[in-house]
Design a protein around this ligand. Sequence first.
Ligand code: PAF
Length: 277
Amino acid sequence: MMLFETCAHMQQCSAEWELAGESVALVPTMGALHEGHMALVEKAKDVARHVVVSIFVNPLQFGLNEDLDAYPRMLERDQAMCLKAGVDVIFAPSVGEMYPNGFSTSLHIADITESLCGASRPGHFDGAATVVYLLMQQVMPHCCLFGEKDWQQLAVMRRMVADLMIPVELIGVPTIRESDGLALSSRNHYLSEAEREKAPVLYKTLCVTRDAMASGETPAHALEEGKALLEKAGFTVDYFIYADGVTLKPLHHPQPNGRLFVAAKLGTTRLIDNLAA
Ligand code: PAF
């Protein structure tokens, strides 16, 4: 496995693979890897000859009051996990390498970035889209993999790839969960022991709400009951919405493309999850 810290090295390797006609899959991450990321790597190995995992804590996607400095960084441990999983290259550039002095470009993906997490994290998805575009420029992948836990991020990337006609196949990989249902996330590290015990209520509430809708309750009523369950368990709910899985527009009646989306805080830790319903 190789570790590249510069864009020049990454580009040179991509050019060699391109010349040899070999396919490449990119798994973009911010490190602090867990089994959810490893599921992306496993899928990447199925679909491409080479797998590149990028590890870059992207300042552009953190708001002023967010956890950029506190975000977990554990490159050595991440490297060991990637080596064991059969990753070909880790691309771990510095902030200066990705955003040299004078960097002033930002991609803005309208509409789809404004609802759900975009409403309380303005600029977040533009920052994520900008860095993913830049990473794609270095790695030149044939496909790029994202976890479905961050469903809105995946929808934003699909919009960007379609609008900018980027010749990359995007692959969404189903959410990996702990045995109690909690979706794996690097942010789970922040939960205290007591919060960790309560955290699975988020997924349980999604399931209860989906089942209530399947048995005939309106989305509005089922969501209201679900929100009450979350608040009773100690969550502060940011949003709990039933929306179209592609456009992310709210739905008032159950639809085949419909999904439940939730974001809620336990203490200072913001958790998100989603489920087809
Ligand atoms: O999902 C993430 O970890 C990040 O948003 C991504 C896609 C690596 C861009 O920084």
